[in-house]
Design a protein around this ligand. Structure first.
Ligand code: COA
Length: 320
């Protein structure tokens, strides 16, 4: 039995913020942001918590899958912006959904998080450790941005996307994941300082700091390489792939990947203009949109690929 995606769902906070809105608070412009990134709008929570955003996405995925919450054996949330360090996002979600039989834990792999969560759940299913799993990417990145740093805060947004996985005829064919901790500082958000009876460390800057050009170079090299490896291993021609659903970080990264792979850009669906970079949530949000719009037919081959903080990257080949 394959691991099939039985249902998808997503949620974006109600508050929509345009580039012009941001220009009222900082020295930036719609022209600068949209020409360099493709971003025009982002959703920024002014009331929903990460757990609420996750709940709306998860409830929608469950509804579409037809699987009851109590039949979910495993919940894996990918996030770098949970409401609490403990309980995990997945445990909070378990309670909200009434998924009383699920084992729950979170994964931190930044913008590759959903791919890592999906692959982990896939392995649980294939090992017979779970029958139905709920995986999601959820972020309230607006809570870890320095709103005085125009070079980072304009790039990100909040949101969540989810998928229910279970046994079926079609589904996940193969995947690749990778990490390079030696370049982790290119995309950094520090945690708490060491403060206890014996140490009184100064708090580091607790906001996202990024070497944008280094991350750009990493992405345009690593993503095509990883997709080519996956195709080679699966003995599938690139022409058989209907869509490449990439992490939505920057339109120029996606265009560059398409060019390097020599694939028409139309095979790279995008929503970056409306959502900006929602880290682990971007791939499942886009996937849910494609699903909802009826763009995915049974048997279509698609590749999902994420990349980002860690540094991390990954790709998964799915027969829909
Ligand atoms: N509005 C206006 N000007 C801005 C600005 C903003 N929001 N942010 C930065 N600038 C200015 C800088 O201060 C700099 O000015 P200076 O030349 O006077 O010093 C100038 O624009 C160029 O900055 P630079 O950082 O060199 O721009 P860039 O062309 O590299 O583009 C990114 C910056 C972030 C758009 C680009 O590097 C990028 O997309 N990187 C990938 C980031 C990413 O996607 N990360 C997530 C991966 S998961």
């Amino acid at each position: 039995m394959a691991t099939t995606i039985l249902g998808t769902g997503s949620y974006l906070p109600e508050n929509i913020v345009s580039n012009d809105d941001l220009a009222k608070y900082m020295d930036t412009s719609d022209e600068w942001i949209s020409s360099r990134t493709g971003i025009r709008f982002r959703h920024i929570s002014n009331k929903e918590t990460a757990a609420e955003i996750a709940y709306y996405a998860a409830a929608s995925a469950l509804k579409h899958s037809g699987i009851l919450a109590e039949n979910i054996d495993l919940i894996i949330a990918a996030t770098i912006t949970p409401d609490c360090l403990t309980p995990s996002m997945s445990c909070i979600l378990q309670e909200k959904l009434g998924a009383v039989n699920a084992v729950c834990f979170d994964i931190n792999a930044a913008c590759s998080g959903f791919i890592f969560a999906m692959n982990t759940a896939h392995m649980y299913l294939q090992a017979g450790m779970a029958r139905y799993a709920l995986v999601l990417g959820v972020e309230v990145l607006s809570s870890i941005l320095d709103w005085t740093d125009r070079s980072t805060c304009v790039l990100f947004g909040d949101g969540a996307g989810a998928a229910v996985l279970g046994p079926g005829e079609y589904g996940i064919q193969d995947f690749i994941m990778g990490s390079d901790g030696s370049h982790g500082k290119a995309l950094l958000c520090s945690g708490r300082p060491l403060r206890n009876l014996y140490s009184n460390e100064e708090a580091a800057n607790p906001y996202v700091h990024m070497d944008g050009q280094a991350v750009f170079r990493f992405a345009v090299r690593q993503v095509p390489e990883c997709i080519e490896q996956l195709l080679k291993r699966s003995s599938i021609s690139i022409h058989e792939i209907k869509y490449f659903v990439l992490h939505q970080a920057n339109i120029r990264i996606i265009q560059s990947v398409a060019k390097r792979l020599q694939v028409n850009i139309e095979k790279f669906p995008m929503n970056i203009s409306e959502c900006a970079n929602t880290s682990s949530a971007s791939i499942p949000i886009l996937l849910a949109e494609l699903d909802k719009e009826g763009k995915l037919q049974r048997g279509d081959k698609i590749i999902l690929s994420g990349f980002g903080g860690g540094l991390t990257w990954g790709a998964v080949l799915i027969e829909w």
